[in-house]
Design a protein around this ligand. Sequence first.
Ligand SMILES: NC(=O)c1ccc[n+]([C@@H]2O[C@H](COP(=O)([O-])OP(=O)(O)OC[C@H]3O[C@@H](n4cnc5c(N)ncnc54)[C@H](O)[C@@H]3O)[C@@H](O)[C@H]2O)c1
Length: 333
Amino acid sequence: MATQRSENPTELKEEKIAIIGSGLIGRSWAMLFASGGYLVSLFDTDSRQVRDAMTNIQQQLTMLSERGLGRGSLSADIQFSRIKASTSLLEAVNNAVYIQECVPERKELKRAVLLEIDAAMTSTAILASSTSAMMPSLLSDHLTNKDRFIVAHPINPPFYVPVVEIVPAPWTADHVTTTTSEIMDAIAQVPVVFFKEVDGFSVGRIQFAILSVAYDLIKNDICDVDAIEVAMTEGLGMWYAFYGPFEVEHLNADGFLDLCNKYGEAVYRVQKTFAAPEKMEGPTAERMREQLELFCPLDKLQKKRQWRDERLAALSRLVRDLDKEEATPSGDN
Ligand SMILES: NC(=O)c1ccc[n+]([C@@H]2O[C@H](COP(=O)([O-])OP(=O)(O)OC[C@H]3O[C@@H](n4cnc5c(N)ncnc54)[C@H](O)[C@@H]3O)[C@@H](O)[C@H]2O)c1
């Protein structure tokens, strides 16, 4: 079930996108929208942050282009020229067709900023939040345009991990969900659309379930951090770059129902041994910290993040090349 990514030349678009908050996520969104040919207005209450963001975006676009890792077919210079720093929220939001809120993950701050945008947005614009873990209904019940509010949650680092979780509030209009998805397609991000909201969305819920099971194994001295890391990178991770957990099982037998018949009982037996979730703290968390810092000391985090981005970029290039190969007439999949 691989997702085919478009290789068509990128068209310059007249539509403007507003990004509110120019931190880690805001600047990634700005690059993504510019690479898709949109005009981008970037606003932050901290003017130094916007200046830093513009410098950092230019450097990143140049570096990506030099290494052949850029998105779309526009040059780094053209992409950068699509992004403008705005001096006010009003100016940024004015005439924007889509607004992506990227302010810190604090409920009252987000609600206040969303209300400000709500008052300034045009009557057809879409207002999306990047929130990692807040339910759309919690963020938007006070908005006049709440039918045009939605969560579009990227995964860090968004430039290399293309999935975006599209989560509507109970009052989000259907066309808003559809259009948000189409906009993600247009910037070569891959939307996963939810029918309704749920705490943690999908990526968070699955990652947190893994953390819970793995933490329990370490707490009970079944294995150490390294064993879990290897089980994921050399095992589950090999599958998951190409297909998800259901297709894993579908392929591991003669279809999903055959798998359920053959192994369903064993799966259920093991699942029944899962412990109730616990907060990760105390001696177990301390032991995990020690083990983790052995292979990644805190002063090497930045270097390791760069390594991560390079690996993810190489993986996404491989997936793109394999997709292209498969799409050629001689491909038989
Ligand atoms: N960092 C991640 O891994 C990640 C991943 C996915 C989603 N998110 C979500 O994205 C959002 C932004 O996260 P981040 O990591 O970019 O945070 P960040 O702290 O790096 O950036 C937030 C920016 O918002 C600005 N800001 C604060 N108040 C503002 C206001 N009133 N108006 C405009 N700008 C304002 C800050 O000056 C700062 O530049 C959060 O909701 C976060 O949960 C983060």
